[in-house]
Design a protein around this ligand. Structure first.
Ligand SMILES: NC(=O)c1ccc[n+]([C@@H]2O[C@H](COP(=O)([O-])OP(=O)(O)OC[C@H]3O[C@@H](n4cnc5c(N)ncnc54)[C@H](O)[C@@H]3O)[C@@H](O)[C@H]2O)c1
Length: 253
């Protein structure tokens, strides 16, 4: 068991499945108690994530919230601080992707992507960073995408949100660094989650991208855990404002 001084708490959004679930469980494996959140419709799966965390002898604090709704974000963060006592690491993972050509993109789809992928990150940071500032310590890790660096056909709106996340990461790093807070982004490549498979669409596309990748495979959600733990570590205190590609070698810039 950790003593009170060593106990660290991570907060992961979109933790019911995919990358968010793997990161929440991976952080528990690394010794963190974990606050996990997701949409109300994901409650059953979110409880499964909680079970995986408690099986590791770590505490799981479970809340339902839509990251794009300020009242839900604020209430959840307040409840988490009351129940868990502190938040050392925030992982902004919740995100959506619906494919569309820019020409065909409807306004509601554009707005939904910016509400969840960009405003969700902002609202979470606005709710949690003041607590980190008060303690003069914190780690914010935003899950962006290589789409935000490269731009990808059929994903213009999504890629634009992820470019925005990389920019918010750099700006918040500058605005919060004086209080001992680091802010970094991870840019996954193609990770075989529900989102990743929907994105590729066919087994043929999977095989194509496996061939393109330097490592000759696509990613698993667990591939994101190590980079998150690196940014979360107290020993990474001098790394801030960075965006790290985690893509098995399909993109190099
Ligand atoms: N899978 C990939 O290939 C890939 C590549 C690059 C980046 N990413 C990013 O990684 C993150 C996780 O993706 P994933 O592949 O695990 O996707 P996923 O669809 O499997 O999981 C996304 C999670 O976010 C939750 N979520 C969606 N909208 C929400 C909202 N408004 N409020 C709270 N939670 C919400 C979902 O319920 C789900 O649990 C996303 O930000 C995604 O953009 C994924």
């Amino acid at each position: 068991m950790q003593n009170t001084q060593q106990r660290r708490v991570a907060f992961v959004t979109g933790a019911s499945r995919g990358i968010g679930q793997a990161v929440a469980v991976g952080l528990a494996q690394a010794g963190y108690d974990v606050v996990i959140t997701d949409l109300a419709r994901q409650e059953a799966d979110l409880r499964k994530t909680a079970g995986l965390i408690t099986a590791l002898d770590r505490k799981a604090y479970t809340y339902l919230a839509d990251v794009s709704k300020k009242d839900e974000v604020d209430a959840t963060v307040q409840a988490a601080l009351r129940d868990a006592g502190r938040i050392d690491v925030l992982v902004n993972n919740a995100g959506i992707l619906k494919l569309s050509l820019l020409q065909d993109l409807d306004e509601a789809t554009w707005d939904a992507h910016f509400d969840v992928n960009v405003k969700g990150v902002l609202l979470m940071c606005q709710a949690i960073v003041p607590h980190m500032r008060a303690r003069k310590s914190g780690r914010v890790i935003n899950i962006a995408s290589i789409a935000g660096r490269q731009g990808v056909a059929n994903q213009g709106h999504y890629a634009a949100t992820k470019s925005a996340v990389i920019t918010l990461t750099r700006v918040l790093a500058q605005e919060a660094g004086m209080d001992g807070i680091t802010v970094n982004a991870i840019c996954p490549g193609i990770i075989l989650t529900e989102m990743g498979r929907n994105n590729l669409g066919s087994d043929e596309a999977v095989r194509h991208w496996e061939e393109v990748a330097a490592l000759k495979r696509l990613g698993t959600p667990e591939d994101i855990v190590g980079p998150v733990c690196f940014f979360a570590s107290e020993q990474s205190a001098f790394v801030t404002g960075q965006a790290l590609n985690v893509c098995g070698g399909i993109y190099f810039h």
